[in-house]
Design a protein around this ligand. Structure first.
Ligand SMILES: Nc1ncnc2c1ncn2[C@@H]1O[C@H](COP(=O)(O)OP(=O)(O)OP(=O)(O)O)[C@@H](O)[C@H]1O
Ligand SMILES: [Mg+2]
Length: 335
């Protein structure tokens, strides 16, 4: 059984100007020991996907309007909040984009890391402290002993972010979701942290979802990748195959931009046109207004997700049976 299984997920937010539906038809699975990268331009629904899995939507005037989220043997979409609370920060841990949502301003940062450690390891206080300082050092925090006794407001944004990462790594989670965890950090520190994520996932046999704009991070860290566009999943597959043989025109456009670690937003912005906003999602395939391979069917009909001969999955009319019968594109010509 997969660690996490998401099926046909849709999300709806209530706003003053009516309902918005930022996610539709999202489905993926995650195994233990596996790192799944979630990539896509700004507003594509990556953070909302994380919020849905974490059960945070009710706090944001949102809800899961369709679909299933199964974690281990529990269905999460119907889980009462009291049970969700037990999962969060315990079995499922989120390293958020905004460190202040995870840090408590009135406690020393070291104590916040130690608290997570002691809950499940049975370490003595001095042992937990030693472990926490070691993790902080591994995250490239200089003078970790000194930072340990400081309060969040005394630290720079980059240091706060690394404390949140340390908390995530020290918790007893089976599933770790990291939402742009290294964006605020410089490239050397970033590489160090990515490496620590990889080692932690392997050592503890965790599942991890890595949300990022950075294709270099995906290439270095992730086993599989899911490409999101305007609230939909356009292509999923193992990283090596998908990078070597991208099928969806959006993925191909993304990869046409140089995947170098640290070069993030600029590379994604290089695709002509804009991501449609959640209120103006076009009918049919949501990528069709920007797609160089657009056909009539794309303007009106939602593309089914199909298996490619490479073992990846893609939602594009070019490759659905009715289209392939008509035009029979040769798979071998796909780069
Ligand atoms: N609480 C909310 N209420 C209403 N709409 C929301 C809410 N949170 C997110 N959205 C909308 O959902 C869409 C997806 O947002 P999301 O934050 O998931 O994007 P993202 O892929 O994480 O982007 P980024 O790369 O900028 O972090 C956006 O259009 C956003 O405006
Ligand atoms: Mg986000």
């Amino acid at each position: 059984m997969s660690l996490l299984h998401v099926e046909d997920l849709a999300v709806e937010f209530t706003t003053r100007d009516g309902a918005v539906r930022p996610l539709t038809g999202i489905g993926f699975s995650l195994e233990q020991g596996e790192i799944l990268g979630l990539v896509g331009e700004t507003g594509s629904g990556k953070s909302v996907t994380a919020q849905a899995v974490m059960g945070l939507l009710p706090f944001l005037d949102g809800r899961v309007s369709k679909g299933k989220i199964r974690f281990m043997d529990q269905e999460l979409t119907t889980l009462p909040e009291t049970d969700y609370q037990k999962l969060r920060g315990n079995r499922i841990s989120l390293i958020s984009q905004n460190p202040m949502t995870s840090l408590d301003p009135v406690y020393r940062v070291g104590d916040q890391i130690v608290e997570g450690l002691r809950c499940h390891t049975g370490l003595s206080k001095p042992e937990a402290r030693q472990r926490a300082v070691a993790v902080m050092s591994e995250l490239g925090i200089p003078n970790a002993e000194k930072v340990f006794i400081q309060y969040p407001h005394q630290l720079s944004g980059g240091l706060k972010q690394r404390i949140v990462i340390a908390m995530g790594l020290c918790a007893d989670a089976r599933l770790l979701i990291a939402d742009e965890p290294t964006t605020a950090l410089d490239v050397t520190v970033q590489a160090q942290i990515i490496d620590l994520f990889a080692r932690t996932v392997e050592k503890k046999n965790l599942g991890m979802i890595m949300i990022t704009h950075d294709l270099g991070v995906i290439a270095h860290l992730c086993h599989r990748v899911a490409v999101m566009y305007a609230g939909t999943l356009v292509e999923t597959g193992d990283v090596a195959t998908l990078f070597a043989k991208p099928v969806h025109p959006y993925t191909r456009a993304l990869l046409g931009c140089i995947p170098v670690m640290g070069m993030d937003e600029e590379s994604l912005d290089a695709i002509p046109g804009n991501v449609p906003s959640v209120r103006t999602f076009p009918p049919g395939c949501r990528y069709h207004p920007r797609c160089p391979a657009v056909q009539e069917i794309c303007r009106t009909r939602w593309p089914d997700t199909i298996d490619t001969p490479y073992g990846t999955r893609v939602a594009c009319h070019q490759f659905t049976p009715q289209f392939t019968q008509q035009f029979s594109p040769d798979w071998r010509t796909t780069p």
